[in-house]
Structures are given as structure tokens and as C-alpha cells.
Design a protein around this ligand. Structure first.
Ligand SMILES: [Fe+2]
Ligand SMILES: [Fe+2]
Length: 262
């Protein structure tokens, strides 16, 4: 309820963000810089669409379990994820000087998180009220997609903004999205801690899931980095630091759940 209340007064309108500088900033970029930025934004667009598509089963699960506060938090989260989709769609369609997918090629991205892995974990909740299924779903959605993958992605955005001094509209939106996502991640930590405190048998499953996600965290960073030589990733991005960020975020999330401060 505290996290739900914290979202009040923090709603923002993607339509209010000024994209008037983005077009000339885009024109000033080198080809490889455009390629990296487009892959990053396009990846986030796919991700925000994916989390919007897949959240509803969690709300139904909380409703059936009588978790009212959690149910209404998820209702607010759905609206926030929908806003994030709108933001990225607007940037790609309105801010760039050309039609996305036509003049500006749609980047080829590998990966099955939003086509297979996340839908499978979330839709399992439709027919499975077990605490195990709930733990797996929140581990993938809030713990990993939001708490690890997206958080690592923000470090790339901030390298681009700092190095280039460009894209003030994109930067404004990313900061607002990060503020929303911090609440979503805290909510996931809370749900996982509650599950672990109520069901002793879940401790082993939690550690197994962390181990599986650790393996994913070694592969997933490559989707953005594919095609760039390590020494020539644009905007001074250090691929090793980006890969390490995935692993560090994962351990940080594990600590937040498993070793709460007294
Ligand atoms: Fe989001
Ligand atoms: Fe989120």
C-alpha cells in the first residue's frame, strides 16, 4: 500500500515531453552511434510492450489469493507500463527524422524473453495458484526483467547522454521511467520476501531461480552488443562493464530479497 500510495501525484504524460531537439541530435550522430541507440530504444520498446502484455495474470492471481493491496498495486503498475510503451512509441515515431521501420530500419534483435520466457511464466499463473508459480513469475518479471535487464540498460542510456550531450527528451523520459520502475522493483522484492517468509520450502527454489537467472545474465547483454567490436562500441561504452552490470545487479537483487536489513 505504501508503494501504491507513492505513485499518487507522480503520473506523467509522455505527450508533455519536448522532442524538438531530438531530430537534429539524431542527424549529428555517426552511423554506428545511431545503430546502438536504435537497438537500445527498440529493445526497450519491445520490453515495455512485453511487460504490459503479460502483467494481467498477476493481478488475477492476487485477486484469487485475497491479496488486495498487491492487486491494486498491479493495477497502478499496468497504467505505468502502458505509459512507458507510449513514450517509446512516440520517440521512435515522432522524434526521429524518418519513418521507423521504413527509412530508419527496424533493428534485428535476438532473444526470446518477451516472445516465450516471460509470457510462459506469467500465463502459468492463470491455471496455477501455487506459491511456486507466483515466485517464478515475480522472479522473472520484477526481479530480472525490471531489476536486472532494464537497470543495466539505463546505464547505457546515461553513458550516451553524458558522452554526447544530446537527446534531452529521451533523457527526461528515461528518468521518469526509472522512477516508476524503482517502485515496481521494490514491489517485487516485497512480494518475494513475503513468499519466502510464509513458505519455508521456497528458499531452495528461490536460489535455483537465481542460479538460472545468473546464466541468463551472461547471455542477455549480448543482444545489444552484437555486431560491435569490443574496442569500438560507440559513446565510449565498455562492454565488459555492461556485462558486469548485469551480474552485479543480479547479486544486489538477491541480497535485497534474501538478506533484508534488520
Ligand atoms: Fe516499464
Ligand atoms: Fe515496470
Amino acid at each position: 500500500m505504501r508503494l501504491f500510495t507513492a505513485s499518487h501525484g507522480r503520473a506523467w504524460d509522455p505527450g508533455d515531453i519536448d522532442f524538438s531537439r531530438e531530430r537534429s541530435d539524431w542527424r549529428d550522430l555517426a552511423d554506428d552511434e545511431r545503430q546502438l541507440l536504435l537497438r537500445l530504444v527498440s529493445g526497450f520498446r519491445v520490453g515495455e510492450r512485453g511487460v504490459t502484455h503479460e502483467l494481467a495474470p498477476l493481478q488475477l492471481r492476487f485477486r484469487r489469493g485475497g491479496w488486495l493491496e498487491e492487486e491494486i498495486f498491479v493495477a497502478a503498475q499496468m497504467y505505468e507500463e502502458a505509459r512507458h510503451v507510449q513514450f517509446f512509441e512516440r520517440w521512435l515515431v515522432e522524434a526521429l527524422p524518418g519513418r521507423f521501420g521504413v527509412d530508419i530500419p527496424y533493428p534485428e534483435m535476438e532473444g526470446d524473453m518477451f516472445s516465450i520466457r516471460l509470457p510462459r511464466a506469467m500465463q502459468a499463473l492463470l491455471g496455477d495458484d501455487s506459491p511456486e508459480a507466483l515466485l517464478r513469475a515475480v522472479m522473472l518479471y520484477h526481479f530480472y526483467v525490471e531489476g536486472v535487464g532494464a537497470e543495466a540498460g539505463y546505464t547505457l542510456y546515461h553513458s550516451i547522454f553524458e558522452r554526447s550531450g544530446r537527446f534531452p527528451g529521451l533523457e527526461r523520459g528515461i528518468r521518469l521511467i526509472q522512477r516508476d520502475e524503482a517502485r515496481h522493483i521494490s514491489f517485487g522484492v516485497y512480494v518475494l520476501r513475503r513468499l519466502l517468509s510464509e513458505h519455508d520450502q521456497l528458499v531452495d527454489l528461490f536460489e535455483d531461480e537465481v542460479a538460472a537467472l545468473r546464466r541468463a545474465a551472461r547471455d542477455d547483454p549480448e543482444q545489444i552488443l552484437a555486431g560491435f567490436e569490443p574496442a569500438t562500441v560507440p559513446f565510449g561504452v565498455d562492454p565488459a562493464a555492461y556485462r558486469q552490470c548485469y551480474l552485479d545487479r543480479l547479486e544486489e537483487m538477491r541480497r535485497r530479497v534474501a538478506e533484508p536489513q534488520q
